[in-house]
Write a protein that binds this ligand. Structure first.
Ligand SMILES: NC(=O)c1ccc[n+]([C@@H]2O[C@H](COP(=O)([O-])OP(=O)(O)OC[C@H]3O[C@@H](n4cnc5c(N)ncnc54)[C@H](O)[C@@H]3O)[C@@H](O)[C@H]2O)c1
Length: 669
């Protein structure tokens, strides 16, 4: 068959002649200008690094262009090498190549850079402001060419976006091994990222960006739903007690925008504050929040009415969240559940808007008077925490949503510390909710992508997954019945909730047994010809792949949460158990130097090899973390790993002996 234009473009790799400059399209969301950090000598080094992809006769012209990009944007993206074809996940057979596995990876890379999916597609950033797939367009072009030319006896080695090359390996080795931002530990501070990324020698892959596994917002909707549902269960006596409960939070942005949807699914009244009118109106017009109110008196009477009628409704308040906490206290409105998803991991440049200033005033002050702005934020955090404290004294259950609210409030001097002076007064969502209720049992964000690109394949896989979970639920122990029921409910509503953006993908929380059984059923359906090939994966908000002391592993209390052995073991273990590609990253949602997380992708093609690989790798990919959580003395993980050992006799895990506190108290009397 003759090659299509798209296939020819991929196989061309780096064009022989320099392409025309491309227009900087202002209608597209672009990455902010990065900090000016390089010295003159370092700028020369950055240019030398960029030019090594090209023959020397092109250097003079390109050097000028790349220096211009470095000065304007703080990075060299090589915009003129952006391909002209549309960027999206094509059906797998449209990719050129000799390896189906490599084609699946091309599909996933293109999905991560799809304009409908990626945050700053032209800067090759998928999400989180800095989550890069590649550092520049030449790395993209070269990688796609390698993938199109490689065989199943080779492995492509990726160093932070740079394709180092194809190395001989074997059929069951990963086709691609990705490392992103792996630094010598002392060089892992935020400014180190700025500098070494500007030099073109490292990148911040976040996690699903740098491992080609991002599937749009549905991952966040499912995770947020599980969190809010389980938080509500903590405070409700039984199902009948849920209606009429009030959840107050803030943020209708990228991830936080899922909160009202989750509130509705959990069956409560939710009030979500948002200071940015654009964000609030977008979520309202998308139907992610039911009602929009822009003044406190109206909000107070609407919430009282909703409580009286025990409604299930989500309300966006256009204004500052501190005003809600204070007004609800004065008006005797009991908040049952409280949290916050402002972007306090980035407090000084727009992540948190202080009370007492309008949105516009804040935007001006943060640029013109950053020190004054900082003081306003700290004052606001003190007011914010004080109002939360008053409500919790009345019975509100408050949790930190992994956004550094408690950390920044404590730094601002607010009263949020526990009496021991070490811990915070309030738990994080992982400590109280996702950790013990999901991760310790092995439940996490399993996902799949239909490589055929056919919506009907996604419908069939949803049905298969639902059947598998329903069968499992009949004999599953009481400890995990609730999780199973939630996940069945999610998958049943998935089609109706229209969650697909980009590739035909689905997320579904499942434990090790669930992931293996669903994957096996998919593989059998592929063999029968009912569906096309499937790519399996997950995100980092999971049991085993991530060591992140203030998030994924914050419910590890044996002192080991500042270690990263689990994440490293995980990626090594996945790589020799049949993963199609593996990745390991420094940084994720919580910041460069703050977390190590890894991921994998696996192509199922209906073969016997796929069956063996899925069983071996998914078993490890979950039980590694369950074993570690068990060793940290987490009760539910001890239960889960003992159960896993009963099912699989060749699994033998060291079980901790628990120490009676009295033994130690006696010693320290
Ligand atoms: N949803 C999740 O699964 C999840 C998990 C872990 C952590 N987080 C954390 O949640 C935070 C939010 O993530 P995001 O992607 O939604 O960020 P975002 O910046 O897109 O959204 C935050 C929103 O909060 C609004 N805001 C800021 N200060 C406010 C205030 N005082 N009152 C009312 N609104 C205010 C901003 O205008 C913005 O729209 C991040 O710190 C993220 O790391 C989210």
């Amino acid at each position: 068959m003759p090659l299509s234009q798209f296939q020819e473009d991929i196989l061309q790799g780096i064009p022989i002649n320099i392409p025309e400059k491309k227009e900087y399209d202002l209608s597209i969301n672009h990455a902010p200008k990065r900090k000016e950090i390089l010295t003159i000598e370092e700028k020369k080094l950055a240019l030398r690094n960029a030019l090594r992809y090209f023959p020397s006769n092109l250097h003079a012209e390109l050097a000028e262009d790349f220096l211009d990009e470095l000065s304007r944007y703080g990075r060299i993206y090589m915009f003129r090498y952006r391909p002209d074809y549309k960027m999206y996940a094509r059906p797998i057979q449209e990719y050129p190549g000799n390896s189906e596995q490599a084609k699946a990876i091309m599909l996933m890379i293109q999905n991560n850079l799809d304009y409908a999916v990626a945050q700053h597609p032209q800067e090759l950033i998928t999400y989180g402001g800095n989550g890069a797939v590649f550092q520049n367009w030449i790395q993209y072009r070269l990688t796609m060419k390698y993938l199109a030319e490689m065989s199943d006896e080779q492995t492509l080695v990726m160093y932070s976006g740079h394709p180092m090359g194809l190395f001989p390996s074997h059929k069951n080795a990963p086709r691609v091994v990705v490392t992103n931002g792996m630094m010598i530990p002392n060089y892992s501070k935020p400014d180190d990222w700025e500098k070494f990324n500007a030099l073109g020698v490292t990148q911040y892959g976040q996690m699903t960006a740098g491992s080609y596994m991002y599937i749009g917002p549905q991952g966040i909707v499912h995770g947020t739903t599980i969190t809010v549902l389980n938080a509500v269960r903590r405070i409700a006596k039984d199902r009948s007690d849920i209606r009429g409960k009030l959840f107050v939070t803030a943020g209708l942005g990228g991830m936080s925008g899922a909160q009202p949807k989750a509130g509705n699914i959990a069956g409560v009244i939710s009030v979500t504050a948002e200071v940015n009118p654009k964000a609030a109106h977008t979520r309202h017009s998308q139907g992610w929040v039911d009602e929009l109110i822009d003044n406190i008196p109206e909000l107070v009477s609407r919430v009282k009415l909703a409580k009286n009628n025990k409604e299930v409704v989500s309300i966006a308040y256009l204004g500052n969240v501190v005003d809600i906490w204070e007004a609800f206290y004065e008006n005797d409105i009991l908040i049952d559940l409280g949290s916050d998803q402002t972007s306090l991991h980035n407090p000084w440049s727009g992540g948190y808007y202080p009370a007492g200033l309008s949105f516009e005033e804040s935007n001006i002050m943060m640029a013109d008077k950053p020190e004054e702005f900082k003081k306003n934020i700290q004052l606001s955090l003190n007011r914010h925490a004080e109002a939360v404290n008053k409500h919790t004294e009345r019975g509100t259950y408050f949790f930190d949503y992994g956004n550094a609210f408690l950390l920044e409030s404590s730094r601002a001097g607010a009263n949020v510390m526990a009496p021991n002076g070490i811990d915070f007064k309030y738990p994080s969502y992982i400590q109280d909710i996702l950790g013990p209720m999901c991760f310790d049992f092995g439940f996490g964000p399993f996902r799949w992508v239909c490589a055929s690109g056919k919506p009907e394949d996604l419908i069939k896989t949803d049905e298969i997954a639902c059947r598998v979970l329903e069968d499992m639920m009949i004999s599953s122990p009481v400890e995990i019945q609730q999780q199973m029921a939630d996940n069945i409910q999610w998958i049943k509503g998935a089609q109706e909730n229209k969650l697909v953006v980009g590739s035909q993908a689905r997320i579904l929380y499942a434990d090790a047994e669930g992931r293996m059984k669903i994957a096996q059923a998919f593989n059998e359906a592929i063999l029968r010809g009912d569906i096309g090939p499937i790519v399996l994966g997950r995100d980092h908000h999971d049991v085993s792949g991530t060591d992140s002391p203030y998030r994924e592993t914050s419910n590890i209390y044996d002192g080991s949460r500042f270690t990263a052995d689990m994440a490293i073991q995980n990626v090594i273990g996945d790589s020799f158990r049949g993963a199609t590609w593996v990745s390991i990253h420094n940084g994720g949602g919580v910041g460069w130097g703050e977390v190590i997380n890894g991921g994998f992708g696996m192509l199922l093609d209906g073969s016997k090899e796929s069956e063996r690989n899925l069983k071996m790798m998914l078993h490890w990919d979950v039980n590694n973390g369950v074993a570690r959580r068990n060793w940290a003395r987490n009760e539910n993980a001890i239960f889960a790993i003992k159960r896993a050992m009963e099912v699989e006799p060749s699994l033998r895990v060291t079980i901790p002996n628990l120490v009676d506190d009295k033994t130690l108290e006696y010693l320290f009397k």
